[in-house]
Every structure is written in structure tokens, then in C-alpha cells.
Design a protein around this ligand. Structure first.
Ligand SMILES: Nc1ncnc2c1ncn2[C@@H]1O[C@H](COP(=O)(O)OP(=O)(O)OP(=O)(O)O)[C@@H](O)[C@H]1O
Ligand SMILES: O=c1[nH]c(=O)c2[nH+]cn([C@@H]3O[C@H](COP(=O)(O)O)[C@@H](O)[C@H]3O)c2[nH]1
Ligand SMILES: NC(=O)CC[C@H](N)C(=O)O
Ligand SMILES: [Mg+2]
Length: 518
């Protein structure tokens, strides 16, 4: 669902396997230019068809002088489209044009002082030296003909180079990471001074474009959308609702695995406030029945995914002229499939989504957020006038509380977890941290511990608190919450939630742990 307008004024990022490729895309977009990530295997012909304003070659773990290292179609260098190479990308450019790339004596990793030697265009408006972020073991030891060095560090002579006739630039450092002071300005210079982009990527235009696109596409048919109340599906639903109004039917499945008051809140927001068509399916019993006796995390996930599909199928059959299924798929979900090496990554856990639906139901997909990052989706939510609770809602996994109960899921255990979670999240809100952290929630463990309450021995449940910071959920740090806050949460949970006599705090980061426990 890309609009023509964005494509004509866009940057293509060729992925050579850098861990920062997504960041490059975000920096470009923050500068109001649309960007997409493509495999480094893309052909010159394909690029020509897409007619981007510029290309960025990402970094990557390989060395260009290794035989098996990823290369790009050589025709790309003849297209006359401006190119910026970052790290591996720079080295690839150097090699192609006849320069030399060698191993450094010592790997350079971390912050370095960058001395800028030429402020003509690429570094325009920047001071004489800035801090930059390096992460490399190879370097461009001699420049190709027609190239000049425009910045250096103490150990890297060609920390940035240019071939102005060809509009080809390269940097050994990473302007896309925040540790490079003013990296965003460098990228902006490339976009506006070298590629001559126009600022056109902003959410207002996106809304207008997408709404008219959906209206045209759908015509008189109907669309169904699984609405969870999470920011992704909510924004997708509201966008589509703007386009086709009552032809959109949203379905909220109350699977019994949601938090206290959640179904009522969602009803109020979407039915009463936003006047949307929302079907509520009470499927608590069916989900709990199927989860009876299930303790293995993967079996739990698959059971829930499967039941979701069944419920959904049944509901969709009741709707007339339904031709489309709307999903809140985001860009990070999409680009996972464009990895540089093409090697499938190890399966850590089966993330639930309703993605199994379309084939079975013969519905066509509408995924209006396929191009967006989470922070862009939140910006969109703001511009669409969604309530604060939705804009800043922390992500909540599709399998819900079931994967936060280690061991068997029962109605009693669910209630214990709901009540504890309510207290923890409530205190996080009171402390002004809810919007600051990525997620904060409780986990109910499968062990009991001995305690003493009013001189009596107790033998009861343990709750683990989890609170992490993250920018995309891929990596995460545990948050160093104040001891006073932790203490208050602990004593409130133990005093107020029947069946809990111990609270622990999870101090693991991702990796090696994951955010959820199952
Ligand atoms: N209880 C539910 N009822 C109906 N659809 C659901 C439910 N839970 C999840 N879904 C569907 O599954 C999709 C994937 O869930 P996911 O949690 O990734 O997204 P989200 O809930 O929209 O946003 P967030 O990631 O912020 O929680 C949702 O976009 C929604 O379409
Ligand atoms: O929609 C979802 N369906 C799932 O099955 C699922 N499992 C985990 N999560 C969320 O994804 C992020 C990363 O979680 P993990 O570190 O536990 O893999 C965290 O934000 C998790 O809450 C899910 N979201
Ligand atoms: N981060 C990178 O792109 C590294 C490129 C190359 N492998 C090097 O070590 O220099
Ligand atoms: Mg969710």
C-alpha cells in the first residue's frame, strides 16, 4: 500500500547485514524523506524502475576482500543515482572503484573524535570536529582515483570520502547511531544537498494518502479487523474507518486472557467515543477449556493462535460481502524477511498473530502500517486523535496473560495475576514512568514459597515484576526502578492480592533473556 508520492521521493537502503540497518531507515524518515530497506541483491534494473533519489549501502559483518562477502549488482554504480556507503558500504565502494581495503591493526570500536576536513556539502554546517561512532576491523587504506578524503580520525585517514562528480560518498563511522553527535544532520545533508530530496514524509500526508487509497481499493465491500486495543490494530482500524466508515467491522475477542477492565475500556473507546462498528466475542470459556492442562509455552502459544483463528473465521462468516482482512503489521515485522544473508534466524518463540487467516478464509490483506515504525504509529495515533490511553499503550502480546503465567492457566491464577498487575502498573503510572518504559507487567510463577503472615505459616504464589526499556522490543534493558517504588509495589501486592506471599524483581536483559517469560 505504498503511495506513488512517497516512492518518487525516496531513498533505498541496501542491506548488507548491519545491525543498524533499521536505524538508517529511521534517521532518513526523521528527516522527512521516505526510505525502504531492500536486499543487497536487488538489481540495477529494479532500482531504475523504482527511481529513488538516492541509495544508502548499510554496514555489515563481512570483509569486502573475502570471496563470499555480499556484493551488489555492479550496474548500480552506473545509474547516476547518488550513493552513500556506511562502513562495509564505504569499503565496497572503495573496492569497486579501485581503492584498497585492508585489515586494521586493531579493531576500532566505540566513540572517536572525527576531524572534518571539508565542509562543502556533506558536512555543511558542522563544526571542525565531532564525536563519531566506529565499529570496524577493516579500513579504506588507499582511495580510488577521483575520490578525496573529507574527514579523518587519528587512526582512520579516510573516515569519510567523496567523489563529487559521481555523487558517491562513504563514511567509515556510523552516522545513524545516536552516539555520533549530529549524525542526523550528516544524513540530512546527504538527503537534501546531494540527493536533492524534498521533505514529503510526514504523517499528515500519509493519512490523507492512505485513506483515499483504501477507499478506492475497497469500493463497496467490507473489511474485518481484529481489534485488540493495542496501538497497532487501533491505528489500523481508525485509518480504515476514516476511509470506509461502517463498511469496517472490528472484532474484539475476549479470550479471558486480558487484563482487568480491558474489555470495557475498549468498548467505551471504540463504540461510544469513536462510533465504530465493534463486535465483541466472549470466547473466555473456549480458550480456557483448550488451555486446560497445557504448560509448555510453545503449545500454549499455538493453542491460542489456533483458537483465535477459529473464532475469527466463525465471526467473519457472519459478515456480508467481506473481502478484506485488516492487520496492524509494522515495518519491522516485514523487513525481518529481508535479511542480508538470507539465513533464517532461529525460532525463539512463536509470536501470535492472525497471519494464518487469509489463506484459509480467502480474504485479501489490508496492512496500512506495513511501512511504519512503532514511533511513527504512535505519531499517527496522535494525529488521528486517538485517546492517550491508546497512543501510549504498552505493547501487549496476542496470547495475553497466558504467557505470563508460568505453568497451567486457570481462572483463579488469572485473577491473581490480573490483580497484581493492576497494582504494579498503577504504581508505575503514579510514578510517571508508564510512558517512559517499554513495558511493565507482572508474571505469576509456577512455584510456591513459604511465608509468615500474622504468626501463621503461608505457602503461596510468587509474583515476578518485569519492567524493561527498549526501542523496538528486539533488545531490552531491565529498568533500575527505585527501591522505594519496588518496596511499595511488593507490600501492596502481598497485602492486597490473596494468594501471593512473595514478590521478586526480574533483573535480566534481552538478550540473553526475552522480555516475556514464555
Ligand atoms: N483480543 C484480540 N481480539 C482481536 N484481535 C486481536 C486480539 N489480540 C490480538 N489481535 C490481533 O492480533 C494482531 C497482533 O497483535 P499485536 O499485539 O502484535 O498488535 P497490537 O495489539 O495491535 O499492538 P501492540 O503490539 O502494541 O500490542 C493485532 O493487530 C490484532 O489484529
Ligand atoms: O503480538 C505479540 N504476540 C506474541 O506472541 C508475543 N510474544 C511477545 N510479544 C511482545 O514482543 C516483544 C518481544 O518479546 P519477547 O522478548 O518475549 O520475544 C515484547 O514487547 C512482547 O510483549 C508478543 N507480541
Ligand atoms: N560495521 C561494519 O560494517 C564492519 C565492516 C567490516 N567488516 C569491518 O570490520 O570493517
Ligand atoms: Mg497487542
Amino acid at each position: 500500500m505504498t503511495s506513488g508520492l512517497q516512492q518518487k521521493n525516496s531513498i533505498l537502503i541496501l542491506d548488507f547485514g548491519s545491525q543498524y540497518t533499521q536505524l538508517i531507515a529511521r534517521r532518513v524518515r526523521e528527516n522527512k524523506v521516505y526510505s525502504t530497506i531492500v536486499s543487497h541483491k536487488i538489481t540495477a534494473e529494479e532500482i531504475k524502475k523504482q527511481a529513488p533519489k538516492g541509495l544508502i549501502f548499510s554496514g555489515g559483518p563481512a570483509s569486502v576482500y573475502d570471496e563470499k562477502s555480499p556484493k551488489c549488482d555492479k550496474g548500480i554504480f552506473k545509474l547516476g543515482i547518488p550513493i552513500l556507503g556506511i562502513c562495509y558500504g564505504q569499503q565496497l565502494i572503495a573496492q569497486y572503484f579501485g581503492g584498497k581495503v585492508r585489515r586494521t591493526r586493531e579493531r576500532e570500536f566505540g566513540r572517536q573524535e572525527l576531524f572534518i576536513d571539508d565542509h562543502a556539502d556533506f558536512f555543511s554546517g558542522l563544526p571542525g570536529n565531532i564525536t563519531c561512532w566506529m565499529s570496524h576491523g577493516d579500513y579504506v587504506s588507499s582511495l580510488p582515483k577521483g575520490f578525496v578524503s573529507i574527514a579523518h580520525t587519528l587512526s582512520t585517514p579516510n573516515a569519510a570520502f567523496a567523489s563529487r562528480d559521481r555523487k558517491v560518498f562513504g563514511v567509515q563511522f556510523h552516522p545513524e547511531v545516536v552516539h555520533t553527535a549530529r549524525g542526523s544532520e550528516i544524513i540530512s545533508n546527504f538527503l537534501y544537498r546531494i540527493c536533492r530530496c524534498r521533505p514529503s514524509w510526514e504523517m499528515g500526508a500519509f493519512i490523507k494518502d492512505t485513506v483515499s487509497h483504501i477507499r478506492q481499493l475497497v469500493g463497496k465491500d467490507s473489511v474485518v479487523c481484529g481489534l485488540s486495543g493495542g496501538v497497532d490494530s487501533s491505528v489500523a482500524a481508525v485509518l480504515i474507518h476514516r476511509a470506509i466508515g461502517r463498511q469496517l467491522r472490528c472484532i474484539f475477542v475476549d479470550n479471558g486472557l486480558v487484563r482487568n477492565r480491558e474489555p470495557e475500556e475498549i468498548k467505551t473507546i471504540f463504540r461510544a467515543n469513536l462510533h465504530m462498528n465493534l463486535d465483541f466475542v466472549n470466547a473466555q470459556n473456549r480458550f480456557l477449556k483448550r488451555l486446560k492442562g497445557v504448560t509448555d509455552p510453545e503449545v500454549k502459544r499455538k493453542t491460542i493462535g489456533d483458537e483465535f483463528i477459529k473464532v475469527f473465521e466463525e465471526e467473519a462468516k457472519k459478515i456480508r460481502r467481506v473481502k478484506y482482512l485488516a492487520q496492524g503489521t509494522l515495518y519491522p515485522d516485514v523487513i525481518e524477511s529481508v535479511s542480508a544473508t538470507g539465513s533464517p534466524s532461529a525460532k525463539i518463540k512463536t509470536h501470535h498473530n492472525v497471519g494464518g487467516l487469509p489463506e484459509k478464509m480467502n480474504l485479501k490483506l489490508i496492512e496500512p502500517l506495513r511501512e511504519l515504525f512503532k514511533d511513527e504509529v504512535r505519531e499517527l495515533a496522535k494525529q488521528l486523535g486517538l485517546p492517550q490511553e491508546i497512543i501510549h499503550r504498552q505493547p501487549f502480546p496476542g496470547p495475553g496473560l497466558a504467557i505470563r503465567i508460568v505453568g497451567e492457566v486457570t481462572p483463579e491464577r488469572l485473577q491473581v495475576l490480573r490483580d497484581a498487575d493492576d497494582i504494579f502498573v498503577g504504581e508505575i503510572r503514579k510514578a510517571g514512568l508508564y510512558n517512559e518504559v517499554w513495558q511493565s507487567f507482572c508474571v505469576l510463577l509456577c512455584i510456591k514459597s513459604v511465608g509468615v503472615m500474622g504468626d501463621e505459616r503461608t505457602y503461596e504464589n510468587v509474583i515476578a515484576l518485569r519492567c524493561v526499556s527498549s526501542s523496538d522490543g528486539m533488545t531490552a534493558d531491565w529498568v533500575k526502578l527505585e527501591p522505594a517504588l519496588l518496596g511499595k509495589v511488593s507490600s501492596r501486592i502481598i497485602n492486597e492480592v490473596k494468594g501471593v506471599n512473595r514478590v521478586v524483581y526480574d533483573i535480566s536483559s534481552k538478550p540473553p533473556s526475552t522480555i516475556e517469560w514464555e
